[in-house]
Design a protein around this ligand. Structure first.
Ligand code: P5A
Length: 450
């Protein structure tokens, strides 16, 4: 993409309504525009990041054997009356009446609808296990929408639902989600710690929230510091292997880590004092096992091996896709702007032309742009007729992890400059070597998608 032809409405002023860094930076970098309280348009740069996050989520869900579908945003109140949640959900539920006076709602989650799909089409235990998921907009009429996309009213969620014959099978589905989430967040450059939590309006007893530690997080958390040493890494996982997944669950959940809803001072006191931590965290996902809470009242049953009908065991599993954009920025920024992790960056590299209009510089930039693009990289080429300082400030603000600076002096010695946004360190390389370096840097990112 050539910046001269892109739509990147960066702001010079710091917007006064934004209280936290990620909200400020998303507005300044031209990623979002507020349309109403807690409702945002995603401008091209923000939309690109949102798409990258969606793509990682899709890849990891499908790696775990989960099947994508798409359900609508609007749901009928009837379905929610069947589960008893139409009244129980309270004021967060946006209720709508259509022209025929039929009661509808904008879905805050889809347990009822997926249970309805299941009961319409699945009849036998032989069709289990089954996990279906979608990535779809949700609406929760939050009393205090704030921090930009972090607590929106309209927000994008990946929500998945498992259907199993027995509790044991459903707990394996729970583990599958836990493990796939660990890998998902790590690919985004985040450490998200599974913590024992409360199940709230979704229901059930078994639930973990995934929290990214950040001072601006809305949840208070208590944990054993040893947990932050755990890395998922690139271990080979067989998602059908019950023992392997159970072992990963135990590895990542056996140490003390809880949100304030389930915090227990007495149990916490058993953690050696020097390892006890109290901090704040951003909830970027939550997984639930709730058994037959929806299948029983809604009649989602299968014929079991013994010929008798039995309600299926279910769980649901959510990732806050739009919230993640904010969470990643909270965890990765400095005073100049955003610092994207390579896995989610909107563009892999930015090219800064120091002397637009100089034929040798223009053609070196064009060649780099072509070659990098041919290697599968998304490149943002700043080809505007602007001062170098302004170009650097834009690149720093929008946070591309790597910048190639091309100017007449360097080119005389066949050199361009490759700069890391994170460390600020620069290296002089020939254009050909710069392409090779970038290819090597992004190899693990492209490999992780396979
Ligand atoms: C699990 C999937 C559920 O709704 N039903 C389907 C279950 N879980 S949840 O924890 O309530 O939500 C899942 C994730 O969505 C994000 N989230 C939000 N993001 C932005 N703004 C909001 N107002 C908001 N509310 C929830 C969180 O990341 C949460 O973990």
């Amino acid at each position: 993409m050539r910046l001269s032809r892109y739509f990147l409405p960066v702001l010079k002023e710091t917007p006064s309504e934004a209280q936290i860094a990620s909200h400020r930076l998303m507005l300044r970098a031209g990623m979002i525009k507020q349309q109403s309280a807690g409702i945002y348009s995603w401008l091209p740069l923000g939309f690109k990041v949102l798409n990258r996050i969606e793509q990682i989520v899709n890849e990891e869900q499908q790696r775990a054997g989960h099947i994508p579908l798409l359900m609508p945003t609007l749901q009928s109140a009837e379905l929610w009356r069947e589960s008893g949640r139409y009244d129980a959900y309270g004021d967060e539920l946006l209720r709508i009446t259509d022209r025929h006076k039929r009661e509808m709602l904008y879905g805050p989650t889809n347990e009822e609808m997926i249970t309805d799909i299941f009961r319409s089409h699945v009849n036998s235990y032989k069709d289990l296990p089954l996990t279906l998921y979608h990535i779809q907009w949700k609406f929760r009429d939050e009393i205090r929408p704030r921090f930009g996309v972090m607590r929106g009213r309209e927000f994008l969620m990946k929500d998945g639902y498992n259907f199993d014959l027995t509790k044991e099978d459903a707990l394996h589905a729970y583990n599958r989600h836990l493990v796939s989430y660990l890998r998902t967040y790590e690919r985004m450059g985040l450490q998200a710690i599974p913590m024992r939590a409360d199940s709230g309006p979704i229901g059930g007893d078994d639930t973990h929230e995934f929290l990214v530690l950040a001072d601006t997080g809305e949840s208070e958390v208590f944990y054993d510091s040893e947990i932050t040493d755990l890395k998922f890494g690139d271990r080979e996982i067989d998602y059908d292997n019950v023992e392997q997944l159970q072992a990963v669950l135990e590895e990542f959940t056996s140490r003390y880590a809880r949100t304030d809803e389930t915090h227990d001072e007495a149990v916490f006191a058993e953690v050696p004092e020097e390892r006890r931590r109290t901090a704040r965290g951003i909830e970027v996902g939550q997984i639930f096992y709730f058994g037959t809470k929806y299948s029983e009242p809604m009649g989602a049953t299968v014929v079991g091996p013994d010929g008798a009908r039995t309600p299926v065991h279910m769980g649901s599993h959510g990732i806050g896709v739009s919230r993640l954009v904010g969470a990643i920025i909270e965890a990765n920024h400095d005073e100049k702007g955003i610092i994207w992790p390579e896995g989610v960056t909107p563009f892999h590299v930015g090219i800064v032309n120091l002397k637009q209009g100089d034929p040798s510089v223009d053609s070196a930039c064009e060649a780099l742009y072509r070659e990098l693009t041919a290697k599968g990289m998304d490149v943002l080429y700043d080809d505007r007729d602007e001062r170098a300082g302004a170009k650097f400030a834009t690149m720093d603000l929008i946070g591309l992890p790597w910048r190639l600076t091309v100017g007449p002096r360097g080119l005389q010695a066949n050199k361009v400059e490759l700069t890391s946004r994170r460390t600020g360190e620069s290296e002089e390389l020939s254009p050909a070597d710069a392409v090779l370096r970038l290819e090597k840097i992004y190899l693990p990112v492209f490999d992780a998608a396979k």
